[in-house]
Design a protein around this ligand. Structure first.
Ligand SMILES: C[S@@+](CC[C@H](N)C(=O)[O-])C[C@H]1O[C@@H](n2cnc3c(N)ncnc32)[C@H](O)[C@@H]1O
Length: 208
């Protein structure tokens, strides 16, 4: 299957999405929200992409691609390559999952994700529902029925290793995959059923 990647998103759309992001980031006073080149992060970058925060409206668009009657509370939200945790916190604020786990290969970014969690909970006891950890996707093993979210964290080599380790469990548990800036979609579509694809914003939703 070959999916076309849209490389020319309209300037007006870009501005509108960035404005929406900036509003929520500034409201919460989050730290570490600006893009960081992979060469400036604390890991060997192999096929990793640079750090940047997803457009939150793309999270909303992906959520709308899931079956309308899905009970989110039966699922854990797994943010693969969560960066400074802002995408995971956006899910927490807006969608009621059973739990939320974000992991990233960069210690520096996970340290900032912990800071953002503290900022989000404003010094109150942070919810034990949300956790961040340092891990490489190559070694991560999923053990909960999940909605797996990725915002283009790495290339096909790492993607294949991640699915090699997790596909059986994802299928057995009837999990879902929400993929933003879905550069590897043509190769990984075979892992499940594509429920929806947005070829303007490059978004896909797969049921395993
Ligand atoms: C495009 S950023 C997305 C960050 C976050 N999801 C957000 O929207 O704010 C991709 C992230 O994937 C992380 N990453 C890259 N390769 C990884 C790997 N092999 N294992 C875990 N995380 C990885 C990077 O450090 C980076 O933070």
């Amino acid at each position: 299957m070959n999916f076309i990647h849209n490389n020319s998103i309209d300037r007006k759309i870009r501005i509108e999405n960035e404005k929406f992001n900036n509003r929520w980031i500034n409201l919460n006073k989050f730290v570490c929200y600006q893009s960081i080149s992979k060469n400036h992060l604390d890991f060997d970058n192999f096929d990793s992409t640079e750090f940047m925060v997803v457009w939150f409206k793309n999270i909303d668009r992906l959520i709308k691609m899931l079956p309308s009657k899905l009970d989110f509370y039966e699922y854990s939200l797994l943010d693969v390559g969560c960066g400074s945790g802002i995408s995971t916190l956006y899910f927490l604020q807006n969608y009621q999952f059973k739990s939320y786990l974000g992991f990233d290969k960069s210690k520096y970014l996970i340290c900032n994700a912990e800071k953002n969690k503290e900022i989000f909970f404003k010094g109150k006891d942070p919810s034990s529902k949300i956790k961040f950890e340092v891990c490489d996707a190559t070694n991560f093993k999923i053990n909960q029925k999940s909605i797996v979210f990725m915002f283009n964290p790495f290339g096909l080599k790492t993607m294949e290793k991640f699915f090699f380790n997790n596909l059986n469990f994802l299928k057995k548990s009837s999990s879902y995959f929400l993929y933003a800036n879905d550069l590897c979609i043509s190769s990984i579509a075979q892992y499940g059923t594509i429920l929806a694809r947005d070829n303007i914003y490059n978004l896909s939703c797969i049921k395993f």
